[in-house]
Design a binder for this molecule. Structure first.
Ligand code: PRE
Length: 401
């Protein structure tokens, strides 16, 4: 059986559950005070823990999961020994890119990379965009980008914003660091389920694992249950750990598809705080698509502005004057030059950040209004790039759909 490490962000209260999760100080992804002992961490404070968990590719039903020390003081290794309830289809789960490579086959299919394990929502988004595609799981977003750049796959799909939690900043930063083009978007209605071992009830749970975004989206239910939260790499990874652990007091928040795939019971459905819980995903490819006017299109751009008090007004005015709607504005720090000391002789010395502005506007590049707006905009930009022009996903994502 192939084993790979997987990162688990957890609440330091986890030791009470008997989960031998230990701190991983080198890469504190959530900015946690690692000196804080487990017992001191309050319930909803997530911290960065690393668990070397099995991402078993061909699990056997008679194996038992045990947690043991890896020899590295900062890590534990979960050895799969009992995979109670683990669905046999899991034998078909492909290897994650970034691990031992891809086990792929049918080159006639569009191959779409995504971050996570089979059963993750991002895989749902890939299948919504390309129902017959071959989905290729990747260990992280960067691997998904690189797998397109190196021709291992044709496209990558990644979450960019959630209607409840907001922007996924990591992916905005990766868009600028890589040269891929946005060729599509997918709006996915996320209906979270609470999953557990067969026969378990909600009241049996003392700990619930999921992707940090999913934990936030289900905060009310988690608070009412009074359980400890553990953040993991993706929702499917949470389902998988619950299946591998074989414990009745650990649950996962994931999709109903993940429940089926990992052989878990659905203890509750639609548990997110807000019925309308939509995540928007982007589809990336090596080449841009030819913009049309046959249907509604959206264009995504990124730029930095000159330093001038009127510049933002002028930049946004380029679109307003042409009646072009802006559907998203995001700003991110310009990382290679984050600070500039402004010498203001009257007010003393101040420090300001420099930003990149990401804008999505509702027009196709084939529309002359968009071309004039961009010409106008570039009169006040220092840096400018078109990230992509692509058809709008017009799916009705109201709760009833
Ligand atoms: O964890 C998953 O299943 C994912 O696909 C990731 C992700 C995200 O990053 O927001 C996608 C949609 C849901 O909002 C929760 C998690």
């Amino acid at each position: 059986m192939a084993l790979h490490d997987c990162c688990i962000w957890g609440c330091a209260k986890a030791p009470q559950l008997g989960l031998a999760i230990t701190f991983y100080p080198a890469s504190s992804r959530m900015g946690v005070n690692l000196k804080q002992g487990p017992q001191k961490c309050c319930k909803r404070e997530c911290c960065c823990l690393r668990v070397s968990a099995p991402k078993a590719l061909t699990p056997m039903e008679d194996e038992k999961a045990v947690v043991e020390s890896s020899g590295n003081a900062d890590m534990i290794r979960v050895q799969p020994s009992v995979l109670k309830g683990f669905h046999k289809d899991a034998n078909l789960i492909p290897k994650q890119l970034g691990g031992n490579g891809v086990s792929s086959s049918d080159r006639s299919k569009v191959r779409v990379a995504y971050k996570g394990l089979p059963g993750a929502y991002t895989e749902d988004a890939a299948l919504k965009a390309y129902p017959k595609c071959e989905t290729v799981p990747c260990v992280d977003f960067e691997t998904a980008f690189k797998s397109v750049e190196s021709w291992l796959v044709d496209k990558a799909v990644l979450p960019i914003e959630s209607s409840i939690v907001g922007s996924i900043h990591r992916n905005y930063d990766l868009l600028i660091r890589h040269k891929l083009h946005i060729v599509g978007e997918v709006h996915l209605l996320i209906k979270h389920c609470l999953l557990g071992q067969n026969g378990v009830t909600k009241q049996d749970l003392r700990c619930v694992m999921s992707h940090p975004q999913a934990l936030i989206q289900c905060e009310t239910m988690l608070t009412n249950l009074g359980v400890t939260n553990i953040g993991v790499d993706d929702t499917a990874a949470a389902a998988r750990v619950v299946a591998l652990e074989g414990r009745r007091d650990i649950g996962a928040i994931a999709s109903s598809r993940a429940a089926k795939l990992y052989g878990l019971d659905i203890l509750a459905e639609g548990i997110q705080d807000d019925d309308v819980n939509v995540t928007r995903f982007l589809i990336l490819a090596r080449d841009p698509i030819f913009p049309g006017t046959d249907r509604p299109y959206k264009t995504s751009i990124v730029f930095s502005l000159d330093e001038d008090p009127t510049v933002l007004f002028r930049a946004l005015g380029a679109f307003a004057l042409r009646n072009i709607n802006l559907s998203k504005i995001e700003s991110r720090p310009l990382k290679h030059c984050p600070l500039s000391a402004l010498d203001d002789s009257k007010e003393g010395s101040t420090t300001s950040f420099k930003y990149l502005l990401y804008i999505d506007f509702e027009a196709s590049l084939a529309d002359p209004r968009a071309r004039y707006a961009l010409e106008n905009l570039q009169e006040c930009t220092r840096f400018f790039r078109i990230l992509g022009c692509y058809p709008v996903d017009k799916t009705d994502t109201t709760a009833s759909s």
